[in-house]
Design a binder for this molecule. Sequence first.
Ligand code: ATP
Ligand code: LTN
Length: 334
Amino acid sequence: MKKRILSGIQPSGEGIFTLGNYIGAIRNWDIMQEEYECAYFIADLHSLTVRQDPATLKKQSLSAFALLLACGIDPEKSLLFIQSHVESHAELAWILNCYSQIGELSRMTQFKDKSSQHADNINAGLFTYPALMAADILLYQADLVPVGADQKQHLEFTRDVATRFNNLYGETFKIPDAYIPKAGAKVMSLQEPAKKMSKSDENKNATVLLLDDPAVIMNKFKRAVTDSEKEIVFRKGKDGINNLMTIYGVLADKTNEEIEKEFAGKGYGDFKTAVGETVADALAPVRAEYARLIADKAYLEKQILEGAQKARAISWKTLRKARKRVGLLELPRS
Ligand code: ATP
Ligand code: LTN
């Protein structure tokens, strides 16, 4: 039996996905399809925790779906769907909310970060975000959840709430493990390399988007903040260079030692150009495939519908079990 993988990504944010999302998450999702039984989804319900423009969110959900296909997620191999099309997610999230403690939710660093970023809208959804994420994962009885390092705490929460539920009612949920890539688990901002590269960064030069054109990508790398030294080596304190080496290493499949050798005696300018070109080349096929797919609305709609139908059937099995466990009366058969 193949192990089950599940992961999600939010459709919100400028230009949809970043190079951080790609290296930390999506690229690995593609690779994992061969070895595992995979389910991937667009976490549009999670996006509502931050105020969205409705028309933009709708458009971005479709774009995000097309972009995942363009990144190599193959609906013949993997389940791909949009979270809000599968009602079980919101329902199990409600049940799990009733098994989540205020204390543990208050410790989530993402909640603390986002509530300081959006001080005017610290809503209950932002606070209970981890219960919805736990529902996403537990409904599909996932073994492994590939995410970037920033999501580790939410995975631990998922394990805790699932264990608590199983202890109370008997085996209901599989206890999942986080699967965090060794390299590239945290791609940093090109402008403030001590901060993670984020969709929501105000500084456009800090973040590379998957759909940026090659000239824009080159420009962002040329302006990347580094340090006042000259050497291209991976070393503590050289956040900017370390980040560029990580990006280059993952995409060109080179170790830090190989990169150090390749650029010995060369300057930061040469290195930035090489990284920019490597990124632009890696993303060129994604951009081309995205342009083709986004123009084919009929194909996208068919995939979205099929994904939703399959996900509903799979998730209902777990939801039904959880409903029975907690004592919700079953609907009489007609
Ligand atoms: P925001 O930064 O606006 O909160 P985000 O870019 O983190 O959003 P998500 O949808 O929350 O977007 O994350 C999708 C996936 O991408 C997650 O697995 C997350 O861990 C991963 N990820 C996000 N940013 C990075 C990054 N800079 N480096 C590596 N992985 C990342
Ligand atoms: N919180 C995640 C997105 C997400 C997710 C999930 C990831 C929502 N539900 C379930 C893995 C499994 C994030 O990446 N910020």
